[in-house]
Design a protein around this ligand. Structure first.
Ligand SMILES: *Cc1c(COP(=O)(O)O)cnc(C)c1O
Length: 232
């Protein structure tokens, strides 16, 4: 349907602003990422025309196809899915930021590949706040240690943290997980690690982004609310 994506984005921006207001924050502190896994290029272009300037992809191969064909330099491409170490080279070439760094061997390879390209890659550390076995991310108790080690890399810049809470029918139940990520961020800021900026808290999806914003999210990752239910 013509205009639906544009309307969805307008509605989401409005709820972002309202959530920010409830939390005493500025709406301009919160970035909206369009999550485009399985979404056709035509729809992605529609979202860009409606003002989206950050695209999140879960798979390197899919991003590669879209990135090449869309070729829009004004758009930031972010990797939000699980990243295999053997895809580090392509990931560094394709993405402006990688949200899913959760282990040392991956960071070593991302740093090495970034160095070869003479660039500094922005990364977020994915934290498994809930401790669920099915979830990716560094366990919360190991996060500070991992980030301390990562601060030594010259071609990676740690920009913040990312998490996915468990799924609940009631978004209010996600609040403690988002609050825990924010508290972890504040502890890391106090450590004053070199190369570690903690600018971004990447948390909140279609089902729970308002709660995430109330708890300090700076970047929300939204797929279904923009593009509709995923088919593929
Ligand atoms: C798919 C996905 C999203 C978006 O989820 P929606 O429910 O479609 O908004 C956000 N973050 C990650 C890591 C995802 O894989």
């Amino acid at each position: 349907m013509e205009g639906t994506i544009r309307n969805n984005i307008a509605r989401i921006r409005d709820s972002i602003a309202k959530a920010a207001l409830r939390a005493g924050r500025e709406a301009s502190e919160i970035k909206l990422m369009a999550v485009t896994k399985t979404v056709a290029e035509k729809k992605i272009i529609e979202s860009i025309e409606a003002g989206i300037d950050i695209i999140g992809e879960n798979y390197v191969q899919e991003a590669k196809k879209k990135n090449v064909s869309l070729g829009n330099k004004a758009i930031e491409w972010h990797m939000i899915g699980h990243l295999q170490t053997n895809k580090a080279k392509e990931a560094v070439q394709l993405f402006d930021m990688i949200h899913s760094v959760d282990r040392m061997d991956l960071a070593v390879e991302l740093d090495r590949r970034s160095k070869l390209l003479e660039r500094v890659t922005k990364i977020l550390i994915e934290v498994n706040i809930s401790g669920e076995k099915t979830k990716r991310g560094v366990p919360q108790k190991n996060a500070i240690h991992l980030i301390r080690d990562m601060s030594a890399f010259r071609n990676l810049s740690v920009y913040g943290l990312m998490t996915m809470p468990p799924w609940f029918d009631d978004p209010e139940k996600t609040r403690p997980y988002f609050a825990a990520l924010r508290e972890l961020r504040d502890r890391i800021i106090k450590e004053q690690f070199e190369n570690v900026a903690m600018r971004e808290l990447s948390m909140g999806m279609s089902s729970d982004y308002q709660v995430a914003i109330e708890e300090g999210a700076t970047l929300v990752r939204i797929g279904r609310d923009i593009f509709g239910a995923r088919t593929g």
